[in-house]
Structures are given as C-alpha cells and as structure tokens.
Design a protein around this ligand. Structure first.
Ligand code: SAM
Length: 253
C-alpha cells in the first residue's frame, strides 16, 4: 500500500517510523511511504510556507500554493490518490472502522497542518477531514502518524500474526480480553502479597480458555464501553454471555 505524508517536519515522521513493525514493513516494501517536505514545494528563496490571516487576528495560516503543488507532484509520480486526508481537530473523529476502510485503499495521502491550520481553499482538494480526538495539537504530524499506524497495521503482511490484529479491541466492536505472561505468581508484598494469573489460563483446556476470553472481552466492553455493544457483531456464544452478564452483576474491572 502506498502512502504520502506532506509536512513541514519530515524528520518527526521519519524518526518515529525507523523502529518497530512499521519500520520493517517499509524496509521490506510492504508499505511504500514517502514523506514530503512542504518547504520543497515553495518557490521563494526563504521557503516560506505560512502567511498572516486575511481579516487579521493572531497566528499564521499555511499557504495554499505549496500544498497544491505537493499534491500535483504526488499525483504526477504515483497517480491520483483516491483519498487525501486533511488532519484537523474540526474533522470527523477517526475510528477503527475508518482504519479498516482506508487499509483497503491502494494509495492514501495525508496533509499535516501547522499554526492556525490550512487556508480553507485546501479543503476542496482533500477527500476527507479527520480528527484524532477533541483536543488541539500544535501540528498534524502526530495525527498523521496515528492514522498511518492504525491503517498500516491492517495491511496484510505488516503485522506477523494476523489473528492478533483480528482480536484487537474494536475490530468486532468488543474490547480485547486481558492478557497475562509469566510468572504465574507475582510477589509484590502489601495486603495482596501475590498477584496470580487466572487459573483457567494455566489449565491447558483450550475450550475453557477460549470461553473465558470471550466472557472477559464482553464483560470489559459492558463495563468500560457499553456504547460499543449496540453495533458489535457478536456470535451466539457472546450474545449468551452478554445476556448472563446483564441479568447478574458484571463484577469489578
Ligand atoms: N486553529 C485550528 C482550530 O482551532 O481548528 C487548530 C489548528 S492546530 C493548532 C494546527 C494543526 O494541527 C491542524 O491544522 C491539524 O493539522 C493539526 N491538529 C491539531 N489537533 C488535531 C486533532 N485533534 N486531530 C487532527 N489534527 C489535528
């Protein structure tokens, strides 16, 4: 899958992608990412990318022409990206469903804003505006990385074990079940001197383990994010677990 990210801070993006699963997928060529320096699409001697807002007021606005030129170059080199994402706190909230939808695209371009944001005329060149949450960051680099990472890890061949991606929180509308690793008994002192792994996980009984995990995933979702259950795609066993939990108390989490 092909990605282009347009930013005034290419190193911020590149540095974070040097390590880990995504860095390796880029090295192998499973992901083809080009980070484009917005300043290289300016035509003046000082590579200015911002200007004062019409109408006055504080802050600076990203000039539209370098962004239009950057997208022209992306299109010229790679063909027209079907999806051009403009990062913005005013955009629609990015979700796992968006990540799944975008992972099926061949080519996604992401624009990182700065200062007071983009000149409004750039919005017409974007196919969608996405926000990563109801807060304001200083730039679009972290939002672009969040979107890139959530999408890229769903691209086949990026994460080694695809079942782990399928089981992740939100993939079917449920939060993931709790995970434990060795040691089975953790000595910590205090009023509860050992913290133990649930017996069932040590039992070797795969059917019971599978059922326990389903139950915990449903229980967690019911306690922490009951809103997700309205649209979750549960199988018969999970629906039965949910009924039981709703009738009784679903316990502490
Ligand atoms: N003045 C703008 C507003 O109030 O809507 C905020 C501009 S913000 C300081 C600069 C840039 O950071 C934005 O253009 C966008 O690219 C990025 N940004 C900040 N918060 C974001 C969020 N929650 N989601 C996505 N992008 C965000």
């Amino acid at each position: 899958m092909t990605f282009d990210i347009v930013t005034i801070f290419p190193r911020v993006i590149e540095q974070l992608l040097e390590a880990g699963v995504l860095g390796r997928a880029i090295e192998r060529g499973t992901l083809d990412l080009k980070v484009r320096d917005l300043r290289s699409f300016t035509t003046d001697r000082h590579h200015v990318v911002d200007d004062v807002p019409y109408g006055g007021g504080p802050g600076m606005v990203l000039k539209p022409e370098p962004i239009f030129r950057a997208l022209d170059v992306v299109e010229g080199e790679r063909g027209r990206p079907l999806t051009v994402i403009l990062t913005s706190p005013q955009g629609r909230r990015f979700t796992q469903a968006d990540a799944r939808r975008l992972a099926a695209c061949e080519h996604v371009a992401i624009l990182c804003g700065r200062y007071e944001g983009f000149d409004e005329r750039v919005c017409g060149r974007a196919t969608e505006e996405l926000s990563i949450g109801d807060y304001v960051l200083t730039g679009g680099e972290l939002p672009a990385l969040v979107i890139f990472e959530a999408v890229a890890r769903l691209v086949p061949g990026v994460v080694g074990d695809e079942q782990s991606v399928a089981d992740d929180s939100f993939s079917r509308g449920l939060l993931d079940f709790p995970q434990y690793t060795r040691p089975a008994e953790l000595k910590v002192g205090g009023p509860e001197p050992t913290l133990n792994v649930p017996e069932v996980l040590l039992s070797g009984n795969h059917a019971e383990i599978r059922h326990w995990r389903k139950r915990e995933a449903v229980r967690r979702t019911l306690i922490r994010r009951p809103d997700l259950l309205a649209t979750a795609s549960l199988d018969e066993e999970e629906r039965e677990i949910l009924r039981e939990l709703q009738e009784g108390s679903h316990g502490r989490d």
